[in-house]
Design a protein around this ligand. Structure first.
Ligand SMILES: *Cc1c(COP(=O)(O)O)cnc(C)c1O
Length: 395
């Protein structure tokens, strides 16, 4: 689709600080202001009519600029930037669902998204079912006459199975439902869900898109019609993102192609080397030819890569696991993902700590399962570092 995003339009979008005809600064100014002044009542009337900048929660130049950049990356008509990924997800679901509606969601969901559906929206009469979205027949069979939304992440956490976004969009639309996709693990560099028929693509900008682990925001991208249904509710919930974080994330986006491109290359190289390591029982990465989801991934992912998240399974020996973690020089444990430095997480003690052991083991998640967000380090350093740390298991 047509998108008029350019560097100049982005800077001009920054509003009164930079007006057409004035010199354009090399970097965008930060509009740390809660409001914009107006000279007289005719200007007041004009500003509100033309939806220009008034009050910070309604609209802010830094947020507008970030929204334009994200619409460009996701190939969408419009974007709404919120104060966190959860701000974007909760605004979207609360805006588009009513009591009596049914949401069919992937049973592999980000923890707080699960809580939003199961604990909060259920209290307000929104029904839900959670099924495995890898099985399209099961999704079709689980849709009801009141199903208004299918909701999924592209990659499941932590084993990274791939949801067939194109197939899901067909099912959703055949049942007059919307398909909403959380693209956080994958990023629009790896897949653009809207190109495969998804109605909305959501990103936690806190992760890969900012990339520097120093700002928090989220975004929902899709048609102007849908975004305009979400915007007033986000305003009521008070979640539109703040200007400084928008500025930081826009700065992060200037290198997103380089960073995430390198991260995806590193992920594939590291996955290949872990696959060969006798200490590693299993590697889950959709870019590996023998991965169960490789064919679906080939259909969906851009030729740039298969994302920068991978997971692997080691012997479930806590003492060796601790020694392995301490022996790593580059990857560190951190309860986040998407930064320029590689970071590890341990699902059994974090995302899946509330899942009963039998159920967890049936999913294939053991004490030895690690999830890795691959950074921009030199790939040979990263591979050598894992090889030396994994010697703990084979010595
Ligand atoms: C982190 C994350 C979120 C929530 O984003 P916040 O910015 O932390 O609110 C949502 N979905 C996924 C898949 C995430 O990894």
């Amino acid at each position: 689709m047509e998108n008029n995003f350019t560097r100049e339009s982005m800077l001009l979008g920054l509003g009164k600080g930079v007006s057409a005809g004035a010199q354009i600064p090399e970097t965008p100014p930060i509009h740390l202001t809660t409001a914009f002044t107006m000279r007289d009542l005719s200007e007041v009337e004009q500003v509100y009519r033309q939806k220009e900048f008034t009050y910070v929660r309604t609209r802010n130049p830094n947020r507008t600029a970030l929204q334009q950049a994200l619409s460009f990356l996701e190939n969408g008509e419009e974007t709404l930037v919120c104060s966190s990924g959860m701000g974007a997800i909760s605004s979207t679901l609360i805006s588009l669902l009513s009591p009596g509606d049914h949401v069919l969601a992937n049973r592999h969901l980000y923890g707080e998204t699960y809580d939003l559906l199961v604990k909060l929206l259920a209290r307000f009469g929104v029904q839900h079912d959670l099924v495995d979205f890898e099985d399209l027949d099961l999704v079709r069979a689980s849709m009801r006459s009141n199903t208004k939304m299918l909701y999924t992440e592209v990659l499941s956490n932590p084993l990274l199975s791939v949801a067939d976004i194109g197939g899901l969009a067909e099912l959703a639309h055949a049942g007059d439902a919307l398909l909403v996709v959380d693209n956080t693990f994958t990023t629009p560099l790896a897949i653009r869900p809207l190109d495969f028929g998804a109605d909305l693509s959501i990103n936690s900008l806190t992760k890969f898109l900012n990339g520097h682990s120093d700002a928090m925001a989220g975004a929902v991208t899709g048609s102007a019609a849908l975004c305009e249904r979400i915007r007033p509710i986000a305003m009521l919930l008070g979640v539109p993102g703040d200007p400084f974080d928008a500025w930081l994330i826009l700065r992060g986006l200037q290198t997103v192609e380089l960073r995430v491109g390198r991260q995806m290359d590193n992920a594939l190289a590291l996955a290949r080397s872990l696959e060969q390591n006798p200490a590693v029982r299993r590697v889950h990465y959709p870019g590996l030819e023998r991965n169960r989801c490789h064919q679906v991934a080939e259909k969906l992912f851009t030729d740039r890569g298969f994302g920068a998240m991978l997971s692997f399974e080691l012997e479930s020996d806590t003492d060796k696991i601790n020694r392995f973690m301490c022996a790593l020089h580059f990857a560190h444990y951190a309860p986040t993902l998407g930064g320029v430095a590689s970071s590890l997480s341990h699902p059994v003690t974090s995302s899946h700590s509330n899942v009963p052991e039998a159920e967890r083991l049936a999913m294939g998640i053991t004490q030895g399962t690690f999830r890795l967000s691959v950074g921009i380090e030199n790939p040979q350093d990263l591979i050598a570092d894992f090889a030396q740390a994994l010697e703990v298991f084979t010595a």
